[in-house]
Design a binder for this molecule. Structure first.
Ligand code: MG
Length: 194
């Protein structure tokens, strides 16, 4: 029921009564019931509105996390020095450039910046999170990327994470994507799935 209809009905009842103090129980109950119905409708509309706001907030701020070592940069030589990053892995570098060309917001998502300050396990040199972020951004620039944001924090705006350590799960199943693919191919070949 719209607010206008609700107000008209309440007003009609009000003027129909000789004295508000004499409002009958039935009228009272009906009014309460209509008000509750209206409240429920408002709540439902508010929820839809809030959901739309939340969706547009997510859309405006969403980003894609790209791991560095082993994902965007070759890490086959392992850790050599805090300020040493391997050469780019071309397919991934191209992919990131495509994301940026499509106006996606991309962040380097790396444990390299997990501490405020750290000591390099290979050289003994100390460095800060800012030092490391600068090294990573210099590397980005060297390889034709903008100075991307660097983080190790997942937030509600992160839409995708590309990482060589990730195990992709099928939502709400407890099963990995690999499990699913395996089961599908086994089913397709007519073999039993354990
Ligand atoms: Mg990695």
């Amino acid at each position: 029921m719209s607010r206008t209809i609700l107000e008209k009905q309440l007003t009609d009842w009000f003027y129909a009564l000789p004295d508000v103090g004499n409002m009958t129980k039935r009228h009272h109950d009906q009014m309460i019931s209509i008000i509750r119905e209206h409240e429920q409708q408002s709540t439902s509309q508010d929820t839809v509105y809030l959901q739309k706001c939340a969706d547009s907030d997510i859309k405006a701020n969403e980003w894609i996390g790209i791991d560095l070592d082993g994902t965007l940069a070759d890490y086959s030589s392992g850790w050599r020095a805090w300020n040493d990053i391997g050469p780019p892995l071309q397919p991934m570098l191209d992919r990131v450039k495509e994301m940026l060309a499509a106006n996606k917001r991309v962040k380097i998502f790396t444990a390299r910046v997990c501490f405020d300050t750290d000591v390099c396990r290979a050289t003994g040199q100390g460095f800060s999170r800012e030092d490391m972020a600068k090294v990573i951004q210099d590397w980005c620039e060297k390889h034709g990327l903008p100075r991307l944001e660097v983080t190790n924090i997942k937030d509600i705006y992160m839409r995708e994470l590309w990482d060589d350590r990730a195990v992709q799960m099928v939502p709400n199943t407890g099963r990995t994507l690999t499990d699913e693919h395996l089961a599908e191919s086994m089913a397709a070949s007519g073999k039993a799935v354990s």
